[in-house]
Design a protein around this ligand. Structure first.
Ligand SMILES: [Zn+2]
Length: 468
């Protein structure tokens, strides 16, 4: 398993940065060319491979236009083709859903799936129509990246212990040396991203070599629930990643505040422009409405959330051999449906990070991640199974006369879904509700019989008698 690591440049000389930026710009043109020529049905859609594109370009001289070294454009073509393929794959996922809606005939479905997977969809009218509908013609928006193949870069350490990464420039045998803020030399294929005067060096490392991967997982089976104020709550009643709520709230407030102030400034600038005061309008646009600082802040904030999330998941895996959870990657709400609500949009984003952390940490440390159906786990009382009333972070069960901590209750319910023979992963919400109600009713019928048995201890008796 591979994970991405990022090293950053340390005070890179502006001349070097400009040279790299120019190279990235030219490679952006290579990307655009690939998207434009092969980004649709006749290109990647027809099963075209990057090697074929390279051969075509070499024979017709397309590559000479860009003024970059051979290796740089070849790697870029490969990367752009992979982007297009990913774009097509996401369209295919939509089409698969359309197939399910169209026919219940298993034979027919199988035929359609097979044609879709083998890129033979152009010959089937239904599939072709669907693909045209969902595969929106994309366009390249990447103009700040350089890919460097593993054998084209190397690192040296200078007398003061600083690590320098040497990558090819625009001309043969002319390397650009980038001072890094890291002491670990990046390996494998590198992706250099140029942002705000800084070079990010993205590279993959084998997760098995990471220190955290060598700590074995625990032995227990633990259910976890994704909360809002913390990353996870487990079925033993422990909360993990409790700083998440604060991080989310602070960021959401901040974005709202900033957004309002920016809107005010923008309106002042617009008024000035309408009045003919272009100097003032430009000044505001340049000094107050830039995005560089905002982008940098966001990167920092996201890193903090990731750290909090991954640490929390590690704490769960410390004791668990099996982690039972809801499939969080399935609960993504679209950007549009959340609208302007920053808080909920951020919360949806952190869900994705938690899903990633659960998958990645489990795989690295050898625990098993099991997804279960989480319908009504946050509303049903784990003792009697009846649906209870939620109030803040509490859950009031009127039947048992007990108040539960809502997230802990949910985590216990999730854990129990693992051995539940009636509620499978894809059982509908409606059916789950029905099953839960049936169970609760059965339990209620049994209660009077239990009451004729030897007297119960004080507390419980008062609950039972109050119920009658
Ligand atoms: Zn109950």
């Amino acid at each position: 398993m591979q994970v991405t690591r990022i090293a950053y440049s340390h005070r890179i000389n502006p001349g070097k940065y400009a040279a790299l930026f120019e190279q990235a710009r030219r490679l952006g043109q290579v990307r655009s060319e690939v998207w434009q020529r092969y980004g649709s049905v006749s290109g990647v859609g027809a099963g075209l491979r990057d090697r074929q594109v390279r051969d075509r370009w070499l024979s017709d001289g397309t590559h000479e236009r860009f003024g970059v070294l051979a290796n740089a454009w070849k790697e870029t073509v490969r990367d752009a083709m992979a982007d297009i393929a990913a774009n097509m794959a996401s369209a295919k996922a939509e089409v698969r859903r359309a197939i399910t809606r169209r026919t219940g005939d298993l034979q027919e479905r199988k035929r359609l799936y097979a044609a879709l997977n083998a890129d033979r969809w152009a010959h089937d009218p239904f599939l072709a129509r669907q693909m045209r509908k969902h595969w929106k013609r994309g366009k390249n928006r990447t103009h700040n990246q350089i890919l460097v193949r593993a054998d084209k870069h190397h690192c040296v350490v200078d007398g003061r212990g600083r690590l320098w990464l040497a990558v090819p420039g625009l001309h043969r045998r002319q390397m650009v040396r980038i001072p890094l803020n890291s002491t670990v030399a990046p390996t494998g294929t590198l992706r250099l991203i140029l942002r705000d005067g800084r070079v990010e060096v993205h590279h993959q490392i084998d997760a098995a070599t990471m220190r955290t991967s060598q700590v074995p997982c625990g032995r227990a089976t633990v259910g976890v629930d994704k909360g809002y104020s913390e990353v996870l709550t487990d079925s033993d009643g422990n909360h993990h990643g409790t700083e998440l709520g604060t991080l989310l709230r602070a960021e959401s407030d901040r974005r709202k505040n900033k957004g309002q102030r920016r809107a005010k400034l923008r309106s002042i600038a617009n008024t000035a422009r309408a009045r003919g005061d272009h100097a003032k309008a430009d000044r505001i646009a340049c000094n107050n409405l830039g995005t560089a600082k905002r982008a940098r802040r966001r990167v920092r904030w996201e890193a903090m959330v990731r750290t909090e999330t991954f640490t929390a998941v590690h704490r769960v895996v410390d004791k668990a051999a099996t982690v039972v959870a809801e499939d969080l990657s399935k609960t993504f709400a679209g950007r549009r449906s959340l609208g302007k609500n920053t808080n909920r949009r951020l919360a949806a984003w952190t869900k994705g990070i938690t899903a990633e952390a659960l998958r990645s940490v489990s795989e690295r440390r050898g625990s098993v991640l099991v997804h279960v159906n989480a319908a009504y786990t946050s509303q049903a009382c784990h003792r009697c199974g009846g649906l209870a009333r939620r109030g803040g972070d509490r859950l009031y069960c009127t039947r048992c006369r007990v108040v539960w901590q809502a997230d802990v209750n949910a985590a216990i319910n999730i854990l129990r879904r693992l051995g539940d023979s009636d509620i499978a992963l894809h059982t509908s919400r409606q059916r789950v509700k029905q099953i839960l109600q049936e169970r609760a009713d059965r339990q209620r019928i049994r209660l009077p019989i239990q009451d004729s048995s030897p007297p119960l201890v004080g507390g419980e008796r008062s609950i039972r008698s109050a119920q009658r």
